[in-house]
Design a protein around this ligand. Structure first.
Ligand code: ADP
Ligand code: ADP
Length: 233
């Protein structure tokens, strides 16, 4: 479903060149939970953000469902992003909007939902992440785990087939982390969503991932099933 062909990325900042991803080949299959692990600065975030073109590659091709996302125009990119949800370490919720309105944001932006179908969709998403009782609360009134559930519901709103998770549990305590990971596993199983997640915690990989790539210095230095990479060194 996702294929990187010789993708590289160099940032330019203050007249300096900062290599973040060296020429990389990678395949992520439909329906799997794929983990990227590595130290801070390894290039995980860059790789993830290249998938939905929050970053432009400096070279190479990125195919998602056989479509070259590096070649999309503005309209194509907007349509493509409806099929890719993303969640973040610090949730990125709008503090002035209720839980329900945060979740409705991508639907309102798409312009494709009337009031009745939008309300029904939001109710369904609240149910899916277990936040029916919190619909009219504001983010500041929620626990960290609840905030990330809102983030997940918002990411799922447009019915994506791919979910990108950028350190989605790094701001949560171990018990809440376990709950959020269970929810992600359930979403992967029931909605057949492909999930790509980045983390610096081995335990997160061990709990939910089918396959994993280890990154270091802008390179994938090892990849395979979780058992292959971590249990049989
Ligand atoms: P994290 O806590 O996830 O590791 P980072 O500090 O890596 O966060 O990145 C936070 C934001 O700053 C990101 O949007 C990233 O693209 C940007 N960023 C990271 N490193 C640099 C840098 N050297 N120069 C400019 N922006 C950077
Ligand atoms: P990770 O997610 O593994 O912490 P990143 O992809 O955020 O790694 O960063 C990889 C390298 O790219 C780091 O050296 C980081 O400082 C640099 N970097 C990331 N984002 C930016 C940016 N927006 N501008 C300049 N350098 C960046």
């Amino acid at each position: 479903m996702i294929e990187f062909q010789q993708v590289h990325k160099t940032y330019r900042a203050d007249g300096r060149e900062i290599p973040a991803l060296h020429a990389t080949d990678l395949r992520i299959e439909e329906g799997e939970v794929f983990g990227l692990i590595g130290h801070s600065g390894a290039g995980k975030s860059t790789l993830l953000r290249l998938i939905n073109r929050l970053e432009e590659p400096s070279g190479g091709r990125i195919l998602v469902n056989d479509e070259d996302v590096t070649a999309l125009d503005a309209t194509g990119l907007r349509r493509f992003r409806q099929r890719v949800g993303m969640i973040f370490q610090h949730f990125n919720l709008l503090s002035s909007k209720t839980v329900a309105d945060n979740i409705a944001m991508p639907l309102r932006l798409s312009g494709a939902w009337n009031r009745v179908s939008l309300d029904r969709r939001v109710a369904e998403l609240l149910e899916r992440v277990g936040l029916r009782e919190q619909a009219h609360k504001y983010p500041a009134q929620l626990s960290g785990g609840q905030k990330q559930r809102v983030g997940i519901a918002r990411a799922l709103a447009t019915g994506p087939d791919l979910l990108l998770c950028d350190e989605a549990t790094s701001a949560l305590d171990p018990q809440t982390t376990a709950q959020v990971l269970r929810l992600l596993a359930e979403i992967n199983r029931e909605l057949k969503l492909t999930i790509v997640l980045i983390t610096h915690e081995m335990d997160v990989i061990r709990r939910v991932c089918d396959r994993v790539a280890v990154m270091d210095g802008g390179r994938i230095v090892e990849q395979g099933t979780v058992a292959d990479v971590f249990l049989h060194p």
